[in-house]
Design a protein around this ligand. Structure first.
Ligand code: CA
Length: 224
């Protein structure tokens, strides 16, 4: 799961990133609206944490751009202003949630978790997909009664596929998700192929049919 932290206070941004990274989120930090805009134009985030008072303007400007472009990224406003007017403006513009500073990190993590769950999985802690039962809290996977043990990256890729079922995911978007880097050129996609091969093998060994289709030269699709 990928999170963009738009926050100009480096101490806070780094603290949030460290906390969420321990929870297996991949975090990127942007300290200005223009830096955030560049990243959002190139990548999709599961959640964008958006401060309002930024050096080059008000975060609400960026929020309205995101919504005008009908982007899928979820947005949680994190603001020190704490004023009712900003909260209402933000929610009217389409923010998914609003958290006033100062906040506790576990509260932030819970809001992000529930945002992602709400948007991608219609509120379930347990995902069912055919023979697969996936517990998002304990990160355990069962195929019938067989437990499938995945590495954290394989687990994230599986959730990414299921959250985007029947959509083509490019090699590049998978490479970006696996590496956690916001770079759009990779020397080689071998690491993507290796992770996907292992994921497929583990699922098949547990008795799961192959839902993961390879589209040669394009990418992959998780298909019902
Ligand atoms: Ca600020």
């Amino acid at each position: 799961m990928k999170v963009l932290i738009v926050e100009d206070e480096p101490g806070l941004a780094n603290t949030i990133a460290a906390y969420l990274s321990a929870d297996n989120y991949q975090c990127e930090i942007a300290s200005t609206i223009s830096d955030a805009r560049n990243r959002i134009e190139s990548f999709t985030y599961d959640c964008i944490l958006l401060d309002l008072m930024l050096p080059d303007g008000n975060g609400l400007t960026l929020l309205s751009e995101i919504k005008d472009d009908a982007r899928l990224d979820g947005v949680i406003i994190i603001s020190a202003k704490g004023e009712l007017e900003d909260k209402i403006k933000g929610l009217k513009l389409g923010a998914d949630d609003y958290l006033s500073k100062p906040f506790h990190l576990p509260e932030l993590a819970a809001r992000i978790h529930s945002l992602i769950r709400r948007r991608q999985f219609a509120n379930a802690d347990i995902l069912h997909f055919g023979e697969l039962n996936i517990n998002l809290n304990t990160r355990t996977i069962l195929v019938a009664q067989n437990e499938v043990v995945l590495t954290p990256k394989e687990f994230d890729v599986l959730i990414y596929f299921i959250g985007n079922k029947n959509r083509v995911l490019s090699k590049n978007s998978l490479a970006e998700r696996l590496s956690g880097d916001a770079i759009d050129v990779f020397d080689s996609y071998d690491f993507v192929y290796a992770h996907i091969k292992n994921l497929k093998k583990k699922l098949q060994d547990a008795g799961c049919p192959n839902y993961l289709k390879t589209l040669y030269g394009i990418g992959y699709k998780w298909q019902e």
